[in-house]
Design a protein. Sequence first.
Length: 154
Amino acid sequence: MKSIIDAFLQSEKIGIVGVSSNKQKFGNALYKELSSKGYDVYPVGRNIKSINGKDCFEDVSSLYGLTDSVIIAAKKPDTADIIESIDASKIKRVWLIKDSYTDEILNAARKKNLDVVHGACPLMFCEPGGFHKVHRFFSKLFGNYNKIYTAEAK
């Protein structure tokens, strides 16, 4: 998974599907943190017009031509629909947030030949601050970080 994670982190532009105006939701935290790290983040939210003054896109197809890296922070049924709707010639990589996928969703993404990261928080890998810095520290301490980072993409 190292090459896929590295490709995400080297992207200057990343889409986040599942952005919320609720500051307690993970999609909102992802948007803020990645934006603060200098990434050009394209928010996609079904029921939200804008976040921090930036217009939200309605669906993943709106990102075609803007980025080929998408983080999906949605509920499992929504994630299944999002994966189904992706044109794999336009989106190359998807990062599925914990609790947003099932084995069936992973298999559907792989059948489309999408590069997939799953089971890891993207904020642990992009020079995190605050809670995510602590999360990364303990993940490294207990060996989970390296297991995720060096795992073969399946």
